[in-house]
Design a protein around this ligand. Structure first.
Ligand code: AHM
Ligand code: MG
Length: 333
């Protein structure tokens, strides 16, 4: 069984940039995710990481203590591995600049965008939560200061993306543009081992995942698609599965075959999910796993971001299911 490190070295030719930097990126991700894994597995034993931190984040959402812990764990871990020059986090209003420690210049060229703790509402109730990350090369010269445009790149420019799911076990899933692979943490040794090579969406699935509580706020085409999913015809009705942690809902649908939808609603006309921290990395993984991801009309990876915390309607999953969803949007427009 390969460890994550062994797998990367074996597949080094699939990464177009320096293997040393890839190993450092993963070293940062592994370190922070193990720290979060440890805390997640203690939730309930102490009050330290349960509940709200008392802070409202840039999204206007109540930040949980574990959101804050995860944000700090990833920032510190990337800083200490000296591999990235800038990080933008869902939990921080502005991007964070990291200059090389001793000299006042940028030695590194990687940009990280991260949702440190996704599915915050599930922290206190022992339901799967996750971390979502994506990595780009900076656009500006390494001699210059970073600018916002280094962060506002189209999703198709990602060179690495993935997530960690803290569930019944802790699994790290990633792509460097050559398929999707999953590694499970063996907590007794503290090592991630290859457990899910070549993850692939079944072409057609039988699961649909959407928050039905928002039904009254959905537009008519979304309501019609839901009724289509529930219709008794061909391989339908589909079964409904929604836990409210994107990583968990996505991971299940990728393995079993399904569609995840977070559409616009009357109260959130741009949807809820964040393009840069959630949708782009999940869309990159989706396509690499043979699936499809869009905002209902446009490919997610082609959207030009205009701001860091931009939201977008999001649908991803098995190709035929997502294409059918897009047909509904187009027909009822
Ligand atoms: P978060 O990053 O604040 O946790 O929010 C994102 C989460 C997703 O993981 C999940 O799919 C969605 O929000 C659930 O939202 P809702 O509770 O509105 O269904
Ligand atoms: Mg999130």
């Amino acid at each position: 069984m390969y460890t994550l490190g062994e797998f990367i070295i074996k597949n080094r030719d699939n990464f177009l940039y320096s293997i040393e930097s890839l190993l450092r990126l993963f070293s940062s991700i592994k370190l922070a995710s193990k720290a979060i894994h440890k805390e997640v597995n203690k939730v309930g034993l102490t009050e330290e990481l349960i509940g709200s931190s008392g802070i409202t984040n840039i999204q206007g959402e109540n930040q949980q203590k574990l959101d804050n812990f995860a944000h700090k764990a990833f920032i510190e871990s990337f800083k200490s591995r000296n591999v990235v020059c800038g990080i933008a986090s869902e939990e921080s209003e502005d991007f964070i600049v990291i200059k090389e420690k001793k000299e006042n210049f940028y030695q590194n060229q990687y940009i990280v965008l991260i949702d440190p703790l996704d599915g915050s509402s599930n922290i206190d109730v022992n339901v799967s939560i996750g971390t979502i990350f994506s990595v780009y090369l900076r656009k500006s010269s390494v001699k210059m200061d970073l600018t916002i445009s280094d962060f506002l790149q189209k999703g198709k420019k990602q060179i690495l993306a993935g997530y960690i799911i803290y569930g019944s076990s802790t699994i790290l899933v990633f792509t460097i543009g050559k398929g999707v692979h999953g590694f499970t943490l063996d907590p007794s040794v503290g090592t991630f081992y290859l457990s899910h090579p070549n993850l692939h969406f079944p072409k057609v699935g039988s699961i649909y995942s959407i928050n039905h509580g928002n039904y009254a706020n959905f537009s008519s085409e979304i309501k019609k698609f839901i009724r289509y999913c529930q219709e008794k015809k061909e391989n339908r009705p589909y079964t409904a599965r929604y836990i409210g942690s994107l990583v968990g809902d996505f991971h299940r649908n990728m393995i079993k075959g399904g569609i995840y939808i977070y559409p616009k609603t009357d109260s959130s006309p741009n949807g809820k999910l964040r393009l840069l921290y959630e949708c782009n990395p999940i869309a990159f993984l989706t396509e690499q796993a043979g699936g499809k991801a869009s905002d209902g009309e446009n490919r997610i990876l082609d959207i030009k971001p205009i701001k860091l915390h931009q939201r977008t309607p999001f649908v991803c999953g098995s190709v035929e299911m997502v294409s059918k969803f897009e047909e509904f949007i187009a027909n009822y427009k």
